[in-house]
Design a protein around this ligand. Structure first.
Ligand code: ASP
Length: 333
């Protein structure tokens, strides 16, 4: 009579239990690796804080903006809403070069640029050279959703805002004039050898929501002492902003001419798509390309929810959070 073979190992139940435990732990770890939402924001790259007061005000601004975005994402709302909300907060804070704190151009006025992109279908909208729009990011979103165009500039963008009525808040151009930026203009004009990129502080946000949709946006007053009519990378989709659900979202800050020349934001997504690079590798390779001079910084969020915040300047104001508990606010190096 044949006997049923017994497990060779008397420890069989222990081995099975241990195996199950290891599998469960690995599974939980894998689940933790992919957050249900992730968000990164920047408040410009270029200068390290001048003193403790400067540092604390930058940190407080980042905290306020990050919290606004987190609230929306935790609530299960869209990354587009989070990006717009974060940038609206920063556009009202005088410590950043966007909206209220926009730099002066060489003619002594303010011209503002912004763009936003939806990674679901690469729809996007942008405005450049606007002079009376309190929240250029909101006008950019309306260009995306309410027109068949991508970029509206100067008077055309202003008259589009007229059509939108109360949806777009208007202010005088002087409303953007702060004492700090007036001093920066004087310094930039006095020291002619100083690069135009002196004290930059553009704002941007990239997020992925619980539906896996990525959005990115950027808003700026441009470069201090820029020529009247100059437009940088921030409203140029593919240069200063990009979002595609199949790869990543990107928002850039720095000397806009460099970012336009090298199509920095798109280049990062393209490296991921064509070379199979991780978002970390793609950002590093793009910002440190041996023959492309690109002075500034980048925030990026991949479709897996990985966040990268990298720069090649003296510092970048930046913050990030995700549903796995990551939360950081960093100023300077
Ligand atoms: N990239 C912006 C521009 O060139 C400036 C900045 O990021 O601070 O307009």
């Amino acid at each position: 009579m044949s006997r049923r073979p017994r497990c060779r190992y008397s420890t069989c139940p222990v081995v099975i239990t241990l195996g199950l435990f290891v599998m469960t732990t690995v599974n939980v770890a894998a689940q933790q690796k992919a957050p249900s939402y992730a968000i990164a924001i920047h408040g410009g790259a270029g200068s390290a804080p001048e003193n403790d007061e400067d540092r604390s005000s930058r940190e407080a601004g980042l905290e306020q903006a990050l919290s606004a975005g987190e609230l929306i994402l935790k609530d299960g709302r869209s990354s587009l809403d989070a990006v717009e909300a974060v940038i609206r907060v920063m556009e009202d804070l005088p410590q950043f070069n966007a909206g209220r704190g926009a730099v002066f151009n060489a003619a002594g006025g303010h011209e503002l640029d912004a763009s936003i992109m939806d990674g679901r279908d690469r729809s996007c909208g942008a405005v450049a050279g606007v002079r009376t729009i309190r929240h250029p990011i909101t006008l950019a979103r309306h260009v995306m959703t309410d027109t068949r165009h991508v970029l509206l500039v100067t008077d055309g963008a202003e008259s589009f805002a007229d059509e939108l009525g109360d949806a777009i808040e208007r202010v005088s151009n002087e409303w953007f004039s702060t004492d700090q930026q007036r001093k920066n203009l004087q310094k930039a004009q006095a020291f002619r050898e100083m690069p135009d990129g002196f004290r930059i502080g553009t704002v941007g946000c990239v997020a992925i929501d619980s539906q896996g949709n990525i959005a990115a946006g950027t808003s700026t007053g441009g470069l201090t002492n820029k020529r009247f009519g100059r437009v940088g990378d921030s409203p140029v989709v593919g240069a200063g902003t990009y979002a595609d659900n199949s790869t990543c979202g990107v928002s850039c800050t720095g000397v806009g001419e460099d970012f336009i020349r090298h199509a920095v934001a798109y280049n990062i997504a393209a490296r991921m798509e064509y070379l199979g690079e991780s978002v970390e590798e793609a950002v590093r390779a793009t910002l440190r390309h041996p023959s492309h001079r690109t002075s500034g910084g980048v925030i990026a969020v991949s479709k897996a929810g990985n966040i990268v915040m990298d720069f090649n300047t003296d510092g970048m104001n930046r913050a990030a959070a995700d549903s796995n508990g990551r939360r950081e606010i960093l100023v300077g190096k």
